[in-house]
Design a protein around this ligand. Structure first.
Ligand SMILES: NC(=O)c1ccc[n+]([C@@H]2O[C@H](COP(=O)([O-])OP(=O)(O)OC[C@H]3O[C@@H](n4cnc5c(N)ncnc54)[C@H](O)[C@@H]3O)[C@@H](O)[C@H]2O)c1
Length: 527
């Protein structure tokens, strides 16, 4: 009897251990070799206190789609007040430990996270393709950028320092660059992992903790990032992921233990986030939408300008915030420009995003596809001419028949007052307009409430810098477009946002300066 009980005990002990191992297995291993049409997501996508956590209520779960097939990947229940509170408290507890480490120690852990991510780059990229619909070629580039981002901020961490300031009478002051505490990151769906990294890596490097809410449309890779940070050695709770939409986001913005909100998304949501943060006098960074101008002068190197216009419009199916979607071409070269741009746009291989040769995958969702096609129809009604594309696209592979594909579109005959020129389309639609003079085009380019990015193609060096100076936008690309990098600051002017991400500038947005004033003599009191 005794021996049998013992055998049972060992059997159940063995099963339990096996189960524990399975549930601690990184999500990425379960997703290994993710491919279209087969990925099943059973693991919870929330992460706090150093572990994945199932949301309490599955009642109001929303489906998450695979854009290239239209298949449901999983149903995602949103986190409620109690769960948000747990995640924020877990972040706060970790912050108390992490903020005491030196920059060198924090940097070492982040470097390890970058190493792990680099090792799994292709697997993570495949998951991004499944969840976002962008091509594997682009996704690999995105994950590479994320790795670089972590490495860059790992390097910045040990350099954080205050200042020594001499004062009269031998007195002096010094400043300490201190973390803010628990920061919230809220992201959009177009660059799911990159956005999570561009918020969390500088936040963590500066000694903060973060609770991150990805877009409910692309929720998977943020939790992979959480597991990588944990594996690299960050304290449990330092980086947390809560899933959900507007309601979960608003709970985060209102939480009294949150010191800062860094938001990436549309202008209307950004305004709401700013309002909510204002109630708690919390700092905000807002990375919002755009309708950026790309100005092509007749003295440009035309082939580069054409390539630049394509890069400015068609990456990630045109769903890029800083895209140069208002393309102003000097009248003399308009015919040649259009001929070349249309030829190359027609040659873009649309279809299976996992294939090496594909250059355009699927849009994020059915409503987004319908919205973009609607913009093309509206443009035609208002007098624009479709030179190519702008139609739904059905790939020949039966697996992809339910995917959200469209052919990339070039619109001619556009005017500044058309909807397609004024509003952010967020799809593969380029609007082309002629101009005559530098003065005129600058006035037209700046006549918008957005101010995220801009671009200019010219061989005239003085003109290039003059135009860059006069464009009201946070970034100006000269003789190229969308050449963003983790080492240069990025952020919008006007309604495109507040604050900067990337580059050294971001340190200002994840730290606060404390001044310490030191008396070396006696107190001279007036009383
Ligand atoms: N400037 C940048 O760096 C940048 C980068 C990527 C995308 N974008 C912009 O993002 C937009 C597309 O993304 P989207 O459709 O996900 O934007 P969105 O504004 O609809 O949503 C962004 C995020 O905010 C959350 N959210 C929605 N309502 C909220 C609320 N009331 N309170 C708190 N959070 C809330 C969403 O769940 C999502 O996580 C475009 O306008 C694009 O230009 C900007």
């Amino acid at each position: 009897m005794h021996a049998r009980l013992l055998r049972h005990f060992f059997f159940f002990f063995f099963l339990r251990q096996k189960f524990l191992k399975m549930s601690q297995q990184p999500l990425l291993q379960l997703l290994h070799n993710a491919s279209l049409g087969s990925l099943e997501l059973k693991e919870p996508l929330n992460f706090w206190c150093g572990a994945r956590v199932q949301a309490r209520s599955a009642g109001n779960a929303e489906p998450v789609y695979e854009p290239a097939t239209g298949r449901v990947l999983c149903d995602l229940p949103p986190c409620g007040a109690e769960e948000v509170d747990q995640a924020v408290r877990s972040a706060h507890a970790a912050y108390l430990k992490w903020s005491r480490l030196s920059g060198m120690e924090r940097g070492r852990v982040l470097l390890e996270a970058a190493r792990i991510m680099r090792e799994r780059l292709v697997d993570i990229a495949k998951v991004e393709v499944v969840n976002n619909g962008k091509t594997l070629t682009e996704a690999k580039g995105n994950i590479h950028m994320a790795v670089q981002g972590i490495e860059y901020f790992a390097g910045i961490a040990p350099t954080l320092a205050g200042q020594h300031i001499q004062m009269p009478g031998g007195c002096f002051a010094y400043t300490r660059r201190e973390p803010l505490g628990v920061c919230v990151g809220i992201g959009a769906w177009n660059f799911p992992l990159v956005l999570a990294v561009m918020k969390s890596a500088p936040a963590l490097a500066c000694g903060n903790a973060m609770v991150y809410k990805p877009s409910p449309m692309a929720p998977i890779t943020a939790v992979i990032l959480a597991e990588i940070y944990k594996e690299a050695g960050v304290p449990d709770g330092l980086f947390n992921v809560v899933q959900g939409g507007a309601e979960t986001g608003s709970l985060l913005c209102h939480h009294p233990m949150v010191a800062k909100v860094s938001f990436t998304g549309s202008v209307p949501t950004g305004k709401k986030v700013m309002e909510m943060a204002a109630k708690g006098v919390k700092q905000v960074t807002l990375e919002l939408g755009g309708k950026s101008p790309l100005i092509i002068f007749k003295d440009c190197e035309l082939e580069n300008a054409v390539k630049g216009a394509l890069m400015a419009n068609f990456l990630t199916q045109g769903q890029v915030c800083c895209n140069g979607t208002r393309v102003y071409v000097q009248r003399d070269i308009l015919p040649q420009f259009l001929e070349e741009v249309v030829k190359r746009t027609k040659a873009i291989a649309v279809g299976d995003p996992m294939l090496d040769g594909t250059r355009m995958g699927a849009l994020i969702s059915r409503p987004q596809l319908d919205k973009v096609l609607g913009f093309v129809k509206e443009a035609q009604k208002q007098g624009a001419r479709v030179l190519c594309g702008g139609e739904p696209f059905v790939p020949s592979d039966p697996k992809l028949k339910g995917g959200y594909f469209m052919s990339p579109c070039v619109l001619d005959n556009c005017r500044d007052d058309m909807t397609c020129v004024k509003e952010e389309i967020f799809g593969p639609v380029m609007s082309v307009m002629p101009f005559d003079t530098e003065e005129e085009v600058l006035q037209r380019a700046n006549n918008t409430t957005f101010g995220l990015a801009s671009g200019v193609f010219t061989r005239d060096v003085a003109r290039a810098h003059r135009v860059a100076e006069n464009l009201q936008a946070g970034t100006c690309f000269i003789n190229n477009y969308n050449t963003n990098s983790v080492v240069v600051p990025f952020g919008g002017y006007k309604m495109s946002g507040i604050g900067k991400e990337n580059g050294q500038a971001v340190i200002e947005y994840y730290t606060q300066l404390k001044t310490v004033v030191v008396e070396m003599g006696d107190v001279q009191s007036l009383f």
